[in-house]
Design a protein around this ligand. Structure first.
Ligand code: SAM
Ligand code: SF4
Ligand code: SF4
Length: 355
């Protein structure tokens, strides 16, 4: 413990954010996250009995809030596939934290109203392109762009604006969508954020040559819309923020590969089957569901979380950067092995751990 910050990890970082995955399933097969060749018909998703119930999620979230968490983001997989999600939101909203949700937007048109009524305040929608062929090349699903845009409109209507719109940029696939996305959201008040394609999990055959570095994304935008930097809104914020000089809105870049931000990483993740992960790139998690179901008290659960956090030394992205600098160039693509919960040597997939 540190007097000023409360619970801190081995590198002095407090515990402030919690991402809660409510399902490992998704109706998209984004090539960078759940490529169809690995997440096809034969893929075994978690059985229902393994998923935390809403009551269990609420209890664990309360324990995390007691340890200093100020922000909870509901994610997945695709969180809107979890039946009755507004009920979970209504159970979490009395915790008094900044409660947000990340979604692919495909089901948002129907659910934005109920989620807002239940107490949701903020939504991030992933949208990688504005034209259907490029969108399909990224997401490998049947959803059309206009359905996601209808979800965004419904979120605005429900009072969830301003939103964040996230686009992963993959070299040679959707770079040409950067400027149209910025242009489309001109004057909307929504922040458009571009994410460097990351080597999460082991299934997406990631290669450093597939990323478009943040500085290149910014250069592309600046050719059309001159930018000026903004101060970070909060500690641990992952996006570098900029304001368009023409007053058209805010953009952000998330440079997890080219310029890692492990130094400020205050984020824990809770998988849908109740494992605590202290890094997006972890290969194993700490089981909280078993002690919870065996009757541990809140104080005992808090003790487990606190001891895991106190020992945390994760800084995967910083180490990746120094590795690739030492090797003098791009790292080769990761061998294709699908990570399963419980297999310690492989990185866990993002759809399982919660993006
Ligand atoms: N299904 C929801 C969605 O897509 O918004 C929530 C879960 S998804 C795993 C959360 C975020 O992770 C999305 O914005 C997605 O674009 C991002 N993401 C997934 N795989 C990624 C990768 N390999 N590199 C960078 N971002 C990735
Ligand atoms: Fe599904 Fe989101 Fe992963 Fe795409 S990024 S496959 S929408 S979980
Ligand atoms: Fe945080 Fe791990 Fe990402 Fe570094 S690599 S910013 S420690 S989640």
């Amino acid at each position: 413990m540190n007097e000023a910050e409360g619970l801190v990890d081995a590198l002095g970082r407090p515990l402030r954010d919690l991402r809660v995955s409510v399902t490992d399933r998704c109706n998209f097969r984004c090539t960078y996250c759940m490529p169809r060749e690995h997440f096809g018909r034969s893929h075994q998703f978690l059985p229902r009995a393994e998923l935390l119930s809403f009551e269990e999620i609420e209890r664990l979230c309360r324990v995390f809030v007691g340890l200093g968490v100020k922000k909870i983001r509901i994610t997945g997989g695709e969180p809107l596939l979890r039946r009755g999600l507004p009920q979970l939101v209504s159970m979490l909203s009395p915790l008094g934290v900044d409660l947000a949700l990340t979604t692919n937007g495909s089901l948002l048109a129907a659910l934005a109203g109920p989620l807002a009524l239940a107490g949701l305040r903020r939504v991030t929608v992933s949208l990688d392109a504005l034209d259907d062929p490029t969108f399909a090349a990224m997401t490998d699903g049947r959803t059309r762009v206009e359905e996601v845009l209808a979800g965004i409109a419904a979120a605005e209507h429900a009072g969830l604006a301003p939103l964040k719109v996230n686009a992963v940029v993959r070299k040679g696939v959707n770079e040409h969508s950067i400027v149209p996305l910025v242009r489309h959201f001109t004057g909307s008040g929504h922040a458009v954020r571009f994410i460097e394609y990351m080597d999460v999990g082991c299934s997406n055959s990631w290669d450093l040559r597939d990323i478009v570095p943040a500085r290149e994304i910014l250069r592309t935008i600046e050719e059309h819309f001159p930018l000026e930097p903004l101060e970070p809104a909060a500690t641990g914020e992952v996006a570098r923020r900029y304001r368009r000089r023409d007053g058209g809105g805010e953009i952000g870049v998330i440079s997890s590969v080219s310029s890692p931000f492990c130094n400020d990483c205050v984020r824990a993740r809770l998988s849908s089957d109740g494992k605590l992960h202290t890094c997006l790139f972890s290969s194993s998690g700490t089981d909280l569901k078993t002690p919870l179901r065996l009757g541990s008290s809140d104080a005992e659960l808090a003790g487990i979380v606190a001891s895991v956090w106190a020992a945390r030394e994760d800084r995967y992205s910083e180490l990746r950067s120094s590795r690739s600098r030492t090797n003098g160039g791009p790292t080769p693509s990761t061998p294709v092995q699908l990570a399963r919960p419980g297999q310690a040597s492989r990185k866990i997939e993002m759809s399982y751990i919660g993006g």
